[in-house]
Design a protein around this ligand. Structure first.
Ligand SMILES: *Cc1c(COP(=O)(O)O)cnc(C)c1O
Length: 396
């Protein structure tokens, strides 16, 4: 799964290029940097790899999401529809622009249920934010159709799915904008970093300024730049971008390994009666960072995950996990913030103190997701598959 497993000479070379000049800032210092522009180079590589017109790096995936929301004009009073199953960063970004998160159910794709999205639309709805969880896609045709019909912005949180696609298009490039995370545990890593992609020039220019104090980046003299709007510092450093540049060149290899390893795990599980799999709207586009499957009953899934862990395997039982699923997000549900929400948002958040999500519970409580690593040998894969099958069988 994570790019950090394949960290080596290529990353060191790119980082050393930066250390040689000592210019760790991504902008300016044109003479001293001797033609080394790692962040710009990585942005160009992202555009090429994902077949998208514009890419803007940021200091994290969370910063990328916040930036995308600001650039898309989302703010106070705007409702953003998002799933109950994601990472806490998705709603953090909504709060950071002052907008209102509207959480709706996921279905057996482990991503937004299009019917739940449509049912949640109000006159205040401004955007829909699918989260392409665990390396694979939401049902994008359905979500694109809903957004067109209701004139809504479509922002893809593809932080966990760099390199995955839907019907031939890279995830993140289908909506008005898409975001990625390159934190330490993602498909490719910069150590910390993120990025926004879009085919909309205006959105891109806003992302470019927003991540760097609103500077317009016009001309060669940093001191003479204008500020068309207020921005923040969500810049990536040249050192981080250098790591990402080495990593993106390995992406195809990562995907190939993940897909072939996942196939072996999936075939072994498929032979067990009662095991079903996450529905993939386009199986060919899966980046295969995880294998996600269901058992018939919640207790069986909880037990199987525990048995997998006891056998030394990684198994996420998200229902009991407080990073990814609403059931344990007490700080979110109670609206625990350090500085008070604006009055409208505070009122809108009241519903989460009591709101239940039985449809999501019925999915997530039966799900187990197991990460597919890059560095396993054939013998290790065989051993792990055997342990997984035994653990799952023991719970049924
Ligand atoms: C990792 C992640 C993020 C945030 O990325 P960071 O780089 O860690 O800030 C956002 N959304 C999802 C779904 C993620 O998994």
């Amino acid at each position: 799964m994570p790019g950090f497993e394949f960290f080596g000479a290529e990353e060191r070379k790119e980082v050393n290029d930066v250390l040689e000049t000592g210019i760790m800032m991504r902008y300016g210092f044109d003479g001293a940097r001797k033609g080394i522009w790692k962040a710009k180079e990585l942005e160009a590589e992202m555009c090429k790899k994902l077949d998208v017109q514009y890419a803007q790096l940021a200091s994290s995936g969370t910063a990328a999401l916040t930036t995308a929301m600001a650039a898309l004009g989302l703010g106070a009073g705007d409702e953003i529809i998002m799933p109950t199953f994601t990472f806490v960063a998705s709603f953090e970004s909504v709060f950071s622009v002052g907008a209102t998160p509207v959480l709706v159910d996921v279905d057996d794709t482990l991503t937004l249920d299009p019917k739940a999205v449509e049912a949640a639309i109000t006159p205040r709805t401004k955007a829909v934010m699918p989260v392409h969880m665990c390396g694979a896609m939401a049902d994008m045709d359905a979500l694109v159709a809903i957004c067109k019909k209701h004139n809504l912005i479509l922002l893809e949180d593809a932080c966990q799915s760099f390199g995955a696609s839907y019907k031939g298009k890279a995830l993140g490039t289908i909506g008005d904008a898409g975001t990625f995370s390159f934190d330490f545990v993602k498909t490719i890593t910069c150590a910390e970093g993120g990025g926004i992609v879009t085919n909309n020039k205006d959105v891109y220019i806003k992302c470019d300024g927003y991540t760097d104090h609103g500077h317009d980046h016009i001309g060669n003299d940093r001191g003479l730049e204008q500020h068309p709007f207020i921005g923040y510092n969500y810049r990536i450093s040249e050192l981080h971008a250098a790591v990402g540049l080495a990593q993106i060149r390995k992406l195809d290899k990562f995907l190939e390994i993940q897909r072939s390893t996942k196939k072996i795990f999936k075939e072994a599980l498929a032979a067990i009666p009662g095991v079903t799999f996450r529905r993939l709207p386009d199986p060919a586009g899966d980046s295969a960072t995880f294998l996600s499957f269901f058992l018939p009953e919640a207790e069986q899934a909880r037990k199987a995950a525990a048995a997998m862990k006891a056998a030394g395997l990684a198994a996420f039982y998200y229902y009991d996990n407080n990073w990814h699923y609403i059931r344990q997000w007490d700080h979110f549900k109670q609206g625990q913030v350090l500085t008070p929400f604006a009055p409208g948002l505070k009122q809108a958040m009241e519903i989460y103190k009591t709101k239940e999500f039985p449809a999501s519970d019925a999915i997530i409580s039966r799900n187990i997701s197991t990460p597919i690593n890059l560095s396993w040998s054939e013998a290790e894969i065989k051993e792990r598959v055997e342990k997984m099958v035994n653990a799952v069988k023991s719970a049924l």
